[in-house]
Ligand binder design. Structure first.
Ligand SMILES: Nc1nc2c(ncn2[C@@H]2O[C@H](COP(=O)(O)OP(=O)(O)OP(=O)(O)O)[C@@H](O)[C@H]2O)c(=O)[nH]1
Ligand SMILES: [Zn+2]
Length: 326
C-alpha cells in the first residue's frame, strides 16, 4: 500500500512470532504491535510479512499515557528495496531487512583475519539487490599490511566506499556516523569482527546482547530474530544489526549471471567471445585476460570461482533453489 498523509506511519524495528516492535518518529514512541486481522496483505509469498526497516501504517491501542504502548498494524508501505534469503526449513523466501540505504559489510584486520570471500559474496548479493554498499574494516589498531592496503585500494577503485576504523580506539566511528545521518544502514559481518562492539559504541544506552530477545519470544517455536533495527537519537537514521545471519549464500542469483554482480568484471565481460561466457574454461574470455594482465585483482576472480562452484553445486542438489526469482 502507499502511504496517505493522514496515516500514522512507524518503522519496524524487529519482530518474532508475529509480535513486532515499531517506532514512530512523530510521537517518539515504540509500540508492541500485532497485525490487524492476523494476515497482512503484502502481495508477496514471503515467510515473514514484515522485516526491520519496513514502514507500516498503524493504529495505536490505548491512550498516550500508556507506559507500554501497543498498536495494530494495518498495512505495509511499498518497499523501495529489500534483502532476502532462502529459509531452508520453511522452503520460503524470508526478508532480512527492507528499505536499505546502505549495506555495510563489516570485517576486521585480524582475529578474525580479513575474509575476502565473505566480503565479495556480500558485495555480489548487494549488487544483485541493487543496494549501495560500504566495506568497513575494523580493528585498524592491529596494523594494516600491504596486502590489505592493496585490497582496500582496489575496492575503492572499482567504486566501493571503504572505511578503516578501530572501535577499540574510537577511530573512524564518528566519521561513519556522519555519513549515516538520516539513512537506514544494514550491518552484515561474520562473528567476531566487532559488530556488537560497534553497535554498543553507537548506542551506549542499549543492551546489545540480542540473545535476550530470542529467549523472550522464542520459547517452543523456531523463530530466529534475523535482524533488529536501532533508531538513532532523534530518528536521524536506523542501524540494522543481523545477529541471526551466520552465513551468506547468494540466494536468488542464477549461477550463470554471477559475473554481472562482480562489477569490476562488467567492462571486460562485454568483450568475451561467447555471449554466455561464465569466465571459467571458455575460449576468448576477456575477463580471464584482464585477470592475467592484472586489471582485475586475481583474488577477486578466485572469489568469483569459489562462489560459482558453490552455487552450481547447490543448484544441482536442490530443487528448492529458486532460479526464477526475478
Ligand atoms: N583490537 C581490537 N579489538 C576489537 C575491536 N573491536 C572489537 N574488538 C574485539 O573483538 C572481539 C569481538 O567483538 P564483538 O563485538 O563481540 O564481535 P561481534 O562481531 O559482535 O561477534 P559476535 O558477537 O560473535 O557476532 C571482542 O573481544 C572485542 O573486544 C577493535 O577495534 N580493535
Ligand atoms: Zn568470459
Amino acid at each position: 500500500m502507499s502511504d496517505n498523509s493522514s496515516d500514522k506511519i512507524a518503522v519496524v524495528l524487529w519482530g518474532a512470532n508475529n509480535i513486532f516492535s515499531i517506532a514512530d518518529a512523530g510521537d517518539d514512541r515504540v509500540y508492541e504491535a500485532r497485525i490487524k486481522g492476523k494476515k497482512l496483505n503484502t502481495g508477496t509469498t514471503q515467510y515473514n510479512p514484515l522485516a526491520p526497516g519496513d514502514r507500516v501504517v498503524y493504529e495505536a491501542v490505548g491512550g498516550p499515557e500508556d507506559s507500554h504502548p501497543s498498536a495494530m498494524i494495518i498495512g505495509r508501505v511499498d518497499r523501495k528495496n529489500e534483502l532476502s534469503r532462502w529459509n531452508k526449513k520453511r522452503k520460503q523466501d524470508q526478508c532480512i531487512a527492507a528499505n536499505i540505504d546502505e549495506m555495510c559489510v563489516l570485517s576486521s584486520v585480524q582475529s578474525p583475519p580479513f575474509r575476502p570471500r565473505f566480503v565479495d559474496r556480500a558485495l555480489a548479493l548487494g549488487e544483485y539487490n541493487r543496494l549501495t554498499m560500504r566495506i568497513v574494516i575494523n580493528k585498524a589498531d592491529q596494523g594494516i599490511d600491504d596486502e590489505l592496503e592493496e585490497r582496500a585500494a582496489y575496492y575503492r577503485q572499482i567504486g566501493y566506499e571503504v572505511s578503516l576504523i578501530s572501535v577499540k580506539e574510537g577511530v573512524g566511528v564518528d566519521h561513519l556516523l556522519d555519513q549515516w545521518v538520516n539513512k537506514e544502514i544494514l550491518l552484515l559481518g561474520q562473528s567476531g569482527v566487532g559488530k556488537s562492539s560497534l553497535l554498543q559504541a553507537i548506542f551506549p544506552e542499549q543492551d546489545i546482547r540480542v540473545g535476550d530477545i530470542n529467549m523472550k519470544y522464542n520459547r517452543g517455536r523456531h523463530t530466529t530474530v534475523l535482524a533488529k533495527a536501532y533508531p538513532r537519537p532523534g530518528h536521524r537514521g536506523w542501524i540494522i544489526d543481523t545477529p541471526g545471519i551466520r552465513e551468506l549464500d547468494l540466494y536468488g542469483i542464477p549461477p550463470e549471471d554471477l559475473g554481472f554482480y562482480f562489477i569490476d568484471f562488467i567492462p571486460f565481460a562485454e568483450r568475451c567471445g561467447i555471449r554466455s561466457c561464465r569466465h571459467v574454461h571458455e575460449p576468448d574470455c576477456a575477463v580471464k585476460d584482464a585477470v592475467a594482465q592484472g586489471k582485475i585483482l586475481e583474488d577477486r576472480y578466485d572469489s568469483y570461482l569459489n562462489s560459482l562452484i558453490v552455487m552450481e553445486e547447490s543448484a544441482r542438489k536442490s530443487k528448492d533453489w529458486n532460479y526464477n526469482k526475478l
